[in-house]
Write a protein that binds this ligand. Structure first.
Ligand code: HEM
Length: 420
């Protein structure tokens, strides 16, 4: 980007920020989700959107749904997509870099038929038979990480367990030879943060650097797998590339999506689960007494405080949703985290209880065409991490201030000091 681009981008960001903040101060719930201080605890805002039990029209120009029923309905409704009705990417300005969709997120940014074609190519990687192999890998990695954490006494739950576990697993899945945990963590933060849009000119530069580095990594993996194929996803996709079923750009952005979707989210799952258990009386003790409750703790966290708080859809025609008219190409936020606290789907929804009998499925992995491809892998990693943590470190306690990530879409702790 040139200096002129920087200045243009900087002033667009400042204008958007100021406009959004003014609306947030006037009480607009959608604007509040994007701004401090409301962003820190978005659950009261979600309740405001959910309580009338209908589509909320926001002065930001983006509507929102927050009940379990409406969120699920929108995710399954084929009148909505993720691109504009004519197939163009949303939010792309006439000129200059885009603020809201700065990176190509492959499947997440595609509608049928491209979405269907690419999803079919990626799906075999996540077949249950393949995933079982990853349980053993996750257990070995977790045991090793916990050995090191126990030896230290005090450690950071995110830096020393919740981040390196999924990073190592996804790196195996993609057969990335040398895993540089710190570099991947920085990539995850830059790319994950981009789901909220570009925060600053510095963030735009960081994103450009990250995508260039990620592209170089995946292009070199493609060349390597061409001559020396293995059982990994990239080898599998190289076959599709050579048969003309996908392009190299599609392969690279799919691999990049798998890398980011595969760890930033699971890191937040483990972080949010431990934080909720540590702050809700009796919950950590319940897991220690019965580590078999780990799978329940994962599901309860996904309902109560999910790593991905919301997603967005675009109306592909003029339509009515629950009696509210929406224009073609208008945007709609689907507040997945708000749906998890809907009292009509989950009795006593603000109570965190790892032994809860889940009465309705949560929407933490979305629904419909974009339902999370890695849901089974995320559940497996979360269950292994929480079970082994309770077995090995029953006296685990929080020993300092937990620092949250400053994001709207992805929610989780950035720093979480604990002692064994
Ligand atoms: C707790 C962890 C995770 C959560 C909460 C999560 C959540 C989500 C959500 C909400 C979506 C759909 C967004 C939308 O509808 O617009 C999604 C899509 C996706 N996720 Fe996950 N995810 C997690 C872990 C993973 C893992 C471990 C992987 C892969 C290794 C993964 C790969 C994907 C992919 C490829 C998509 C795109 C699917 C599509 O658009 O068809 N996710 N995830």
């Amino acid at each position: 980007m040139t200096l002129r681009d920087d200045l243009a981008l900087g002033s667009r960001i400042a204008a958007m920020r100021a406009g959004g903040l003014a609306l947030a101060l006037r009480g607009d719930p959608v604007a509040r989700l994007m701004h401090k201080p409301w962003r820190r605890d978005p659950y009261p805002t979600y309740a405001t959107v959910r309580t009338p039990r209908r589509v909320l029209r926001s002065r930001t120009g983006i509507s929102a749904v927050a009940t379990h029923e409406l969120c699920e309905q929108v995710l399954r409704d084929r009148r909505f997509g993720v691109r504009l009705a004519d197939g163009r990417a949303p939010f792309a300005p006439e000129e200059g870099p885009s603020l809201l969709e700065p990176i190509d997120l492959s499947l997440l940014n595609l509608d049928a038929p491209d979405h269907t074609r690419l999803r079919r190519l990626a799906q075999p990687t996540f077949a249950p038979r393949r995933l079982e192999r990853y349980r053993e890998i996750a257990e070995t990695i977790t045991a090793d990480l916990l050995d090191r954490a126990v030896a230290r006494g005090r450690f950071d739950l995110v830096r020393d367990l919740a981040a390196p576990l999924p990073i190592t697993v996804i790196a195996r899945l993609l057969a990335i030879p040398e895993v540089d945990t710190e570099r991947f963590t920085a990539w995850g933060r830059a790319l994950g943060g981009a789901l909220d849009g570009v925060r600053s000119v510095a963030h735009a530069h960081e994103l450009a650097r990250t995508t260039t580095e990620a592209r170089a990594l995946f292009e070199s993996l493609v060349s390597r797998r061409r001559v020396d194929p293995g059982e990994d996803v990239v080898s599998q996709l190289v076959g599709a590339l050579d048969e003309g079923r996908m392009t190299i750009d599609e392969l690279v952005s799919l691999a990049q999506l798998l890398l980011v979707a595969g760890f930033e989210t699971t890191t937040n799952l483990v972080g949010n689960a431990v934080r909720a258990m540590q702050t809700t009386p009796g919950q950590w003790e319940a897991l220690v007494a019965e580590p078999g409750l780990a799978a329940g703790a994962v599901e309860e966290t996904l309902r109560y405080d999910p790593p991905v708080q919301l997603t967005a859809r675009i109306a592909h025609e003029d339509l009515e949703l629950d009696g509210v008219p929406l224009r073609c190409d208008s945007g709609l936020l689907v507040l997945l985290a708000a749906a998890g606290r809907d009292p009509e789907a989950h009795p006593d929804p603000d109570r965190f209880d790892i032994a809860r009998e889940q009465t309705s499925p949560h929407l933490a992995f979305s629904g419909g065409a974009h339902y999370c491809l890695g849901a089974a892998l995320a559940r497996l990693e979360g269950e292994v991490a929480l079970r082994m943590l309770a077995e090995r470190l029953p006296g685990l306690r929080t020993v300092g201030r937990t620092v949250p990530k400053t994001a709207t879409v992805l929610r989780g702790p950035r720093r979480f000091p604990v002692a064994a």
